[in-house]
Design a binder for this molecule. Structure first.
Ligand code: HEM
Length: 534
């Protein structure tokens, strides 16, 4: 930090900032331009001349302005700020200094997004919201790439392309844009009952946030904190907004989408411009390694929460957003979050959804951001020193000097130190590898926590969920798909399924043969011993 509230990242970005005011117009090569309105033509009516280098350069650059939008989460808004831990309470669990050094302010860049719509879609649609935080720590960049809903649609990332193809506009006519009210999504939902818990959240008012400033965030997966001795502790990350959680109601979202499609984007921008800096508290749920199997769900299953009655959320720090980006494209569009960007003291688990993400983000960014050097783009550059043996590639922005780009070498520059006190050391995970493609049986319980969610709702919240199902399914053309969804909902709650069916003009469904797959929801279970949290 410097005298004002500028962070080290601000100072690093200064190297890339250009202030164009009161300067003369030049070509890309710096030659001053005498005319940018009239292309070079012989006579009064002659053709444009090939030698008009300014004309060619101007049009060529314009022709190449677009890069691919993100394959999901294309529409987003971002801001700069900082994270500050409250104390050193996590020092017993992790080597990550940005989490354990009291008063240390780590610069962050945070991007909020919708998932399904394209870059130009409306803000106030019914959708999950992304909540991606890049911490520029002294030990390297750490990205917490989460959502505003604590669970996910699928349990295994190999299904992600199927899910996204189903939720995105349909392939033949690219309809509907940024809405989940269509056959392919609900067809996937009815055929993949593991989506049920997430669909309950998606049909609730959580999917209609009034403001990004009033929205929770979740890391979703179970991650691991790792201490200096290599001991691990399971962790779930939570962001709680200081302003509380507030949603729009469905009718408002419809009107706002028409009148002000930038509603959430403008709200974030204007709050920061007027000094009303949004703030969140970071909370953690910690579970000791030896308690891994103490729950009636699997910690590796991203369709399940850890109920807070079982493991409370402990507040550990705060996040403040206090500066808008200077340039949307350079910062908000070019920022590359990746769940695999971790620092010493934070590690992964074998959650099969998490594992797939570890592959997907880097892979997609290689094409979206034009090759392997995108970590040199100013918004992505770590504050930590970067030293490696990479070479070349599109858009190399630095000039590595010397001859040595291999390891080991004695030709100059020396080798980067490998290992040492602050090196990233992977957690020593124990793996049982004698069976493939197997999971805990609790992965097959798709309904208990959906029921838990439904039962936790007030009557008006339940009414909103029923109305949402009716609206969405009411736009599904194929009756077999509607019936399939209602059949699944019987396993959540028979009254819910009956109310949805009635709204669709269908007969009340029969009771589910085995409600809840015979399982009770964790927090409601009488004989469930409370699990020790650390
Ligand atoms: C983008 C969250 C699951 C692939 C994003 C973004 C967020 C996010 C917040 C936007 C990042 C930004 O603002 O730039 C999540 C969460 C997931 C999840 C919380 C589940 C817990 C997955 C899975 C895959 C995946 C399973 C693939 C296997 C992608 C891709 C992008 C993306 C390809 C675009 C990244 C880019 O172009 O930079 N995700 N996601 N996500 N996600 Fe996920």
């Amino acid at each position: 930090m410097f005298g004002d509230d500028r962070t080290d990242k601000d100072r690093q970005l200064d190297d890339a900032r250009v202030d164009y005011q009161d300067t003369a117009l030049t070509t890309d090569q710096g030659a001053r331009v005498d005319d940018t309105d009239n292309s070079l033509r012989p006579g009064e009516r002659g053709p444009t001349l090939m030698e008009d280098f300014h004309f060619r350069e101007k049009l060529t650059h314009f022709d190449h302005e677009r890069i691919p939008e993100r394959v999901v989460h294309a529409r987003g808004s971002a801001a700069h700020g900082y994270f500050e831990p409250y104390g050193d309470g996590l020092a017993a669990f992790t080597r990550a200094r940005f989490l354990t050094t009291p008063g240390l302010r780590t610069p962050v860049f945070v991007r909020f997004s919708t998932v399904a719509g394209s870059r130009g879609s409306a803000d106030t649609v019914r959708d999950v919201r992304g909540f991606a935080v890049k911490f520029y720590t002294a030990q390297g960049n750490f990205d917490l790439v989460g959502n505003n809903i604590p669970v996910f649609f699928i349990q295994d990332g190999i299904k992600f392309p199927d899910f996204v193809h189903a939720v995105k506009p349909e392939p033949h006519n690219e309809v509907p844009q940024a809405s989940s009210a269509h056959d392919t999504l609900w067809d996937f939902v009815q055929l993949q009952p593991e989506t049920t818990h997430m669909m309950m959240w998606l049909m609730s008012d959580r999917a209609l946030p009034r403001s990004y400033r009033m929205m929770q965030g979740f890391g979703v997966h179970t991650f691991r904190l790792v201490d200096a001795e290599g001991r691990g502790t399971f962790v779930k990350f939570h962001w709680k907004p200081k302003l509380g959680i507030h949603s729009l109601v469905w009718d408002e979202t419809q009107k706002i989408a028409g009148k002000d499609p930038d509603f959430n984007r403008k709200d974030l921008w204007e709050a920061i411009e007027t000094g009303n800096f949004p703030e969140w508290e970071l909370g953690v749920q910690l579970v000791a390694e030896e308690d891994e199997h103490s729950f009636d769900f699997d910690l590796l299953d991203a369709t399940k929460i850890i109920p807070e009655e079982l493991v409370p959320v402990q507040p550990v720090g705060r996040l403040v957003l206090n500066r808008n980006p200077d340039n949307f494209f350079a910062e908000t569009e070019q920022v590359a979050f990746h769940i695999g960007n971790v620092v010493p003291g934070i590690d992964f688990t074998n959650d099969p959804l998490l594992q797939a993400r570890l592959f997907s983000y880097l892979d997609t960014q290689l094409i979206r951001l034009g090759g392997p050097n995108f970590s040199q783009i100013p918004i992505n550059r770590p504050l930590a020193e970067v030293r490696n043996h990479h070479r070349d590639g599109y858009h190399q922005m630095i000039i590595p000097r010397g001859r040595a780009s291999y390891h080991p070498n004695s030709t100059g520059g020396g080798c980067p130190a490998v290992g040492g006190a602050d090196a990233y050391t992977h957690f020593q995970e124990r793996v049982d590898g004698h069976k493939i493609r197997r999971r805990s049986t609790s992965f097959a319980d798709h309904y208990s926590q959906a029921t838990l969610f439904w039962n936790s709702m007030s009557s008006w919240e339940k009414a909103h969920i029923v109305a949402a199902f009716r609206f969405e399914l009411g736009r599904v053309v194929d009756p077999r798909i509607r019936e399939g969804v209602v059949r699944n909902l019987r396993n959540v709650d028979h009254e819910l399924a009956s109310l949805v069916a009635a709204g669709l003009g269908a007969a009340p469904p029969a009771e589910a043969a085995v409600p809840n797959h015979g399982r009770s929801s964790p927090a409601l279970s009488q004989d469930h011993a409370p699990v020790r949290s650390v």
